[in-house]
Structure formats: structure tokens, C-alpha cells
Design a protein around this ligand. Structure first.
Ligand SMILES: Nc1nc2c(ncn2[C@@H]2O[C@H](COP(=O)(O)OP(=O)(O)OP(=O)(O)O)[C@@H](O)[C@H]2O)c(=O)[nH]1
Ligand SMILES: [Mg+2]
Ligand SMILES: [Zn+2]
Length: 296
């Protein structure tokens, strides 16, 4: 039995894969604990040449998670940057983009939008048009094509990822794994390997997986999602997570204004004068509603 420090590179149910001492170890937690996330730095006790028990999760710099009414689900820890991957096709959801941006903001993580599959030219103008909203809100948008322009894609992404821990999230089929395969040439092999050990081999990604890019940088691939619940956020966190609200916060007549229907609300005034879009305010209302529904 030996004490080790490691990095969790994959999480699947209660099974984890850690990188420690130059090799990969299959890990379990003590008892029924399952609050370990991909990206966690952990203390381990090796129980065999390729197995270990997780003794302790070291303090996290950041933690990204989703939640519904009943429970929360850890996405990744210690990431510094979130890439929201969208594509010309299949179509993407504004609701999911905005929710991802709010989650990043609340976790203190930088967010960027990556528009992939620019090679599908007929659909490009519509995608750009829809993303212009986020550009106006101050988010950077980077256009790539993992398939048609791998060299240009790498030249665009590598400098942005240097020194960062970046998680790629987005709906299924947007090209997250295709981008990771470009960045990490042996990722495909690693995925197949881990699929055999933790899961059945499938094309679509079913677990989050961290890959080292160099000593200071890593990238995390994650499964596509259809829903992004944010029930764990408070009203105060929510209003601060909408950058377009910032110039108006503190200017409402009532200091505890909910920005829903109160007289003298500066956010509603900004909405009326088109400084805030209807869809974003609608999402804000929905998220405040969700935040009031938690049962845990
Ligand atoms: N035309 C085109 N197709 C691409 C591009 N990048 C990826 N694809 C294709 O899009 C499909 C989905 O790619 P994936 O990388 O598996 O998508 P994903 O986001 O990882 O999907 P999930 O794992 O299900 O979340 C694959 O058939 C890719 O070959 C691109 O730049 N252009
Ligand atoms: Mg994938
Ligand atoms: Zn208000």
C-alpha cells in the first residue's frame, strides 16, 4: 500500500480513472461517496499495481456543475475555461448556450463560443447571425472546421488553450470529440481503451475525459447534453451572471427588486428600450423560477 497524489481524468458512475506516478489507476471511493469530479486533484492509496482508493479530494479552484430539482451533477473541477461548441449543423439551442454562459459566470470561469463546421457554407450566415447576440454581450466567438481545416483549427485553438484547463461542452454532434482528437492525436485510442474498461464502446461520448496537452495545459471532452439545469444558483448569482444587466443593477427603485414586474425597475426599463433582449430576460425569469424549486 502506498500513498500517492493523482489527477482524476475520467469519472463514470462511481468508477474513476486517475493519473498518478506516470500511470493510470482505476479508483473507487471509500464507502458510498461519489462526489469526485474529473479534474480533481486527489490523494490515493494504491491497492494493486493498477488500482487505488481515493482518500481525499484536494481543495478545488473551480467547480462546474448542473442540477435539477432533486440533485446536482458534477461536470468538472479546476477548469479555468469553458468552450461552448456549436455548429452550423445540427442546429444549436440558444437556451443551452445562455445556460452554459450563466454556469461559467457563476463558477468564475471564462467562456468562449466555438463555431465548428464552417465548411457547411450554406448554413454559415444563419449561425453567425444567431451568435452575434453573444458577441454583443462580450463573449468571444471563434470559427473553426475540425474536418475541413484541421491546421487552421489548431492554429486558432492552441494559443487560446495554452496554460489553461479547458472543458468542451455542447449538444451532441457539434464536434467536441473531433476537436479533442485534433488537439490530442492519441485521444481516440485512449477513448477506446477507457470505453472497454468503464463502458461499452460507442461513437458518442458517454463520460468526461481529461487529456494533458502539456505540463500546464489540459482539455476535457464531455458528453453532449440536452438540458442544463441551474437549480443550484441563487437569485443574486443569477442577476450578476447576465453581463447586460450589469450597467443597470443597483438602479432599481427597490434595493431587493426581482426585475420581474416591480415599478421603477431599471432592468425592465432596459428591456423596454431594447438594451436587454426579451429572450435573455425570459431566461432570467425562468432560472429564478427554477432556483426557487429546489428540493435538496
Ligand atoms: N462537416 C463537418 N463535420 C464535422 C466537423 N467536425 C466534426 N464533424 C462531424 O460531426 C459528427 C459529430 O462529431 P463528434 O466530434 O462526435 O461530436 P461530439 O460533439 O463529440 O458529439 P457527442 O459526443 O455525441 O456529444 C461526426 O460525424 C464528425 O465527423 C467539421 O468541421 N465539419
Ligand atoms: Mg463526443
Ligand atoms: Zn429591478
Amino acid at each position: 500500500m502506498s500513498e500517492l497524489q493523482g489527477l482524476i481524468v475520467a469519472a463514470h458512475g462511481r468508477h474513476y480513472l486517475a493519473h498518478a506516478d506516470g500511470k493510470f489507476l482505476q479508483c473507487v471511493t471509500r464507502g458510498k461517496k461519489s462526489d469526485v469530479a474529473t479534474g480533481d486533484r486527489v490523494r490515493l492509496t494504491a491497492t494493486s499495481p493498477d488500482q487505488a482508493v481515493i482518500d481525499e479530494i484536494l481543495p478545488r479552484d473551480t467547480l462546474l456543475y448542473r442540477s435539477d430539482q432533486y440533485k446536482s451533477k458534477l461536470l468538472a473541477s479546476n477548469v479555468t475555461q469553458l468552450f461552448i461548441v456549436v455548429a452550423t449543423e445540427p442546429g444549436f439551442s440558444d437556451d443551452l448556450i445562455s445556460r452554459s454562459l450563466v454556469a461559467a459566470n457563476a463558477a468564475g470561469i471564462t467562456a468562449r463560443l466555438i463555431l465548428n463546421k464552417t465548411d457547411i457554407a450554406p448554413l454559415l450566415p444563419v449561425a453567425r447571425d444567431r451568435l452575434a447576440l453573444y458577441q454583443r454581450l462580450g463573449y468571444a466567438i471563434h470559427e473553426v472546421s475540425a474536418k475541413a481545416d484541421p491546421t487552421g483549427t489548431l492554429a486558432m485553438l492552441q494559443p487560446l488553450m495554452s496554460g489553461q484547463s479547458t472543458i468542451l461542452i455542447g449538444q451532441s454532434g457539434m464536434g467536441k470529440s473531433s476537436l479533442v482528437n485534433l488537439l490530442v492525436p492519441d485521444a481516440d485510442i485512449a477513448v477506446r481503451e477507457i470505453s472497454q474498461r468503464l463502458d461499452t464502446g460507442k461513437h458518442t461520448t458517454t463520460f468526461t475525459r481529461l487529456y494533458a496537452l502539456d505540463e500546464q495545459s489540459n482539455v476535457i471532452d464531455s458528453p453532449g447534453f440536452q438540458e442544463f439545469g441551474l437549480y443550484h444558483l441563487t437569485e443574486g448569482m443569477l442577476e450578476r451572471a447576465f453581463p447586460e444587466f450589469a450597467p443597470h443593477l443597483g438602479l432599481c427603485r427597490f434595493y431587493n427588486c426581482h426585475h420581474q414586474e416591480e415599478p421603477g425597475c431599471a432592468i425592465l426599463a432596459a428591456l423596454a428600450s431594447d438594451q436587454i433582449t426579451e429572450s435573455r430576460h425570459q431566461l432570467y425569469r425562468q432560472l429564478v423560477h427554477e432556483a426557487s424549486q429546489t428540493l435538496y
